[in-house]
Design a binder for this molecule. Structure first.
Ligand code: JFZ
Length: 450
C-alpha cells in the first residue's frame, strides 16, 4: 500500500472508531445487551415451563369477556358505571396462588390493566383504578404479589399498551373501526407522547417499584397501531433499569425487537399460525412461550362451557415443551373473586399428572428430535425424554440421535424398554397406552462421550 493511501486508510479507521460510539448512542435499541441477571431469569423462565394466565378486571362483572367495551360499542360514560359494581369479596390471594401451585404452575401472569385501561392496582397516575373507583377499594395485585413471594412463585404483569379509555391514546388504532365505527365519546385530539411517556411509563414505574421483584411485563395491544412509534427503547430501558431481571414479553405477533426477552405466541405453538395472526418466525435466541385458554375465553364469560379436558391441557403442555416453549394457560376468575370449580378441578388433575410426569417437562429444553405427529422429545442433562402422544403400533422408528443411547426405560415405573440404534435411526418398542394415558414417556440415557 503506497504511503499516502495508507495514511488515508488509517484516517478512515480512526474516523470510524470515533464515530462508532456515537452511532450506538443514536441507536440505543441495537445497543441492548442483556445483563447477567436478565440472562439468568431467562433460563429460570425456560425451566418453569408452565404458568397461569389470569384475565380479571371490571369487565368480569358483565360475564361477557374482556372485550365487552368494544364488542358492545359502549360509550366511555357508560363503561364508567362498571367499576361501581366491582366488589370481589371472595378474592383470596392465597387461594389463587395455592391453586396455581397445585396445578404445577411455576409463575402467574395477571392483567394489571387490559384494553379498557382500568388499572387493577393502586395507581397515582390516574384515578381510573380499582382503589379509587370501586367499592372494593383495595389493591389485589399487592396482595397477590405478597402471597406469590411468600409461596415462592413468580408474578408477571400483563399490561395493555392499547387503551380504549384514555383520550391521549390518539390517533386511535384499528379497534376503533374493525367492528364498524365505534365513537365512544372521546375528543378527536390527544397527546400520544404524553400517553406513552407520562401515563404508561408512569404506571410501569409503579408496577416495577411497589410490588417487590416482578417476573416481567407481558405487553399487549401494539398490534392496534403497528406503524406507530411506541417509544419502545425508552420504555424497555426503564423496565430493565428498574429491575434488570424483569423479562419483557411482547404479544405483538412480530419478529422480536431489541430489548425483548421472550417471544410469545398467542393460541399457537411456535411457528404454527392456526390463529391467523401469529408470525412464522421463531427465535433461536429467546425463550419461547405459548398462551392458551382453559375454556374458549380470556376474561370471565358466563356462557362459555367449552372447557379443555385435563388430557388436552397435558398434551398442549407436552407439545409446548417439545417445541422448547412454555405454556401459559389462562383462566378468567369471576367478578366476586372466585375461580369457578370447572377450572379448579381441571387444574388439580393436571397438577396430579405433573407430579408423575414433571421430570420429563420441568427444566428441560426441546429436542433433540423435531416435534412430529407421533409426539415430541425433551432433554435435560444426559436424558432424552421421548413423549409418545399419538402412536398406536408397537414399534416406533425415530430419526438418528447423534449420541450413543446407553439405556432406555419407562419414566413411570423404570421398566426397561427395548431399543435398537443404528445409522438409520432409533427403534423403540413402546408398551401399549393404558386407558386415558396421554403421554408414554421413554427415558433415553445417553452414554458419556469418551
Ligand atoms: C389479545 C387481547 O386482545 C386479548 O383480550 C387477550 O388479552 C389476549 C391474550 O391477547 O388478543 C389478541 C390480540 C391481537 C389479535 C387477536 C387477539 N389480533 O391481532 O388479531
Amino acid at each position: 500500500m503506497p504511503k499516502g493511501t495508507r495514511k488515508a486508510f488509517s484516517k478512515t479507521i480512526l474516523a470510524l472508531a470515533l464515530l462508532s460510539p456515537f452511532t450506538f448512542a443514536a441507536l440505543p435499541q441495537t445497543a441492548y445487551q442483556s445483563t447477567p441477571e436478565n440472562l439468568k431469569a431467562r433460563q429460570e423462565f425456560q425451566d418453569a415451563k408452565f404458568g397461569m394466565f389470569i384475565h380479571w378486571g371490571v369487565y368480569s362483572v358483565l360475564g361477557d369477556g374482556e372485550w365487552v367495551f368494544h364488542n358492545r360499542k359502549l360509550k366511555v360514560q357508560e363503561y364508567d358505571r362498571l367499576p361501581k359494581f366491582f366488589d370481589p369479596e371472595q378474592f383470596d390471594a392465597k387461594a389463587w396462588v395455592s391453586l396455581a401451585k397445585a396445578a404445577g404452575m411455576k409463575y402467574i401472569t395477571i392483567t394489571s390493566r387490559h384494553h379498557d385501561g382500568f388499572a387493577m392496582f393502586d395507581s397515582k397516575v390516574s384515578d381510573w383504578n380499582i382503589v379509587q373507583r370501586t367499592p372494593y377499594g383495595k389493591d389485589p395485585l399487592k396482595m397477590l404479589a405478597d402471597e406469590a413471594h411468600r409461596q415462592g412463585i413468580k408474578l408477571f404483569f400483563y399490561y395493555s399498551q392499547l387503551d380504549w379509555h384514555n383520550p391521549d391514546y390518539y390517533p386511535r388504532g384499528k379497534t376503533i373501526t374493525d367492528n364498524g365505527p365505534w365513537d365512544n365519546g372521546r375528543p378527536d385530539h390527544g397527546d400520544w407522547n404524553s400517553y406513552l411517556d407520562n401515563y404508561m411509563d408512569g404506571q410501569l414505574r409503579e408496577l416495577l417499584t411497589n410490588y417487590g421483584p416482578i417476573g416481567g411485563i407481558w405487553f399487549d395491544g401494539m398490534w392496534d397501531k403497528p406503524d406507530a412509534d411506541w417509544h419502545l427503547a425508552k420504555t424497555y430501558a426503564l423496565i430493565h433499569q428498574l429491575q434488570p431481571a424483569a423479562l419483557i414479553i411482547p404479544n405483538h405477533h412480530e419478529t422480536p425487537k431489541p430489548g425483548e426477552d421472550v417471544q410469545t405466541f398467542e393460541r399457537d405453538l411456535p411457528g404454527k399460525n392456526t390463529a391467523g395472526f401469529n408470525t412464522n418466525y421463531v427465535s433461536d435466541q429467546l425463550p419461547l412461550e405459548t398462551s392458551n385458554t382453559l375454556n374458549g375465553s380470556w376474561g370471565f364469560d358466563i356462557g362459555d362451557s367449552k372447557y379443555k379436558s385435563p388430557e388436552e391441557v397435558e398434551e398442549l403442555l407436552v407439545r409446548a415443551a417439545g417445541n422448547n416453549a412454555n405454556l401459559l394457560l389462562n383462566i378468567g376468575p369471576m367478578p366476586n373473586g372466585e375461580i369457578q370449580d370447572e377450572f379448579a378441578t381441571r387444574l388439580h388433575s393436571v397438577g396430579k399428572w405433573l407430579s408423575r410426569y414433571g421430570d420429563a417437562i420441568y427444566g428441560t429444553r426441546g429436542g433433540p428430535l423435531p416435534p412430529a405427529d407421533w409426539g415430541v422429545t425433551t432433554q435435560k442433562g444426559d436424558n432424552v425424554y421421548v413423549h409418545v402422544l399419538n402412536w398406536n403400533a408397537p414399534l416406533l422408528a425415530l430419526p438418528p440421535i447423534s449420541k450413543t443411547i446407553g439405556a432406555a426405560r419407562l419414566l413411570l415405573d423404570s421398566s426397561k424398554v427395548e431399543v435398537t440404534q443404528n445409522s438409520y435411526g432409533v427403534v423403540l418398542k413402546v408398551p401399549a397406552a393404558a386407558k386415558g394415558e396421554v403421554d408414554r414417556v421413554v427415558v433415553l440415557t445417553l452414554a458419556k462421550d469418551r
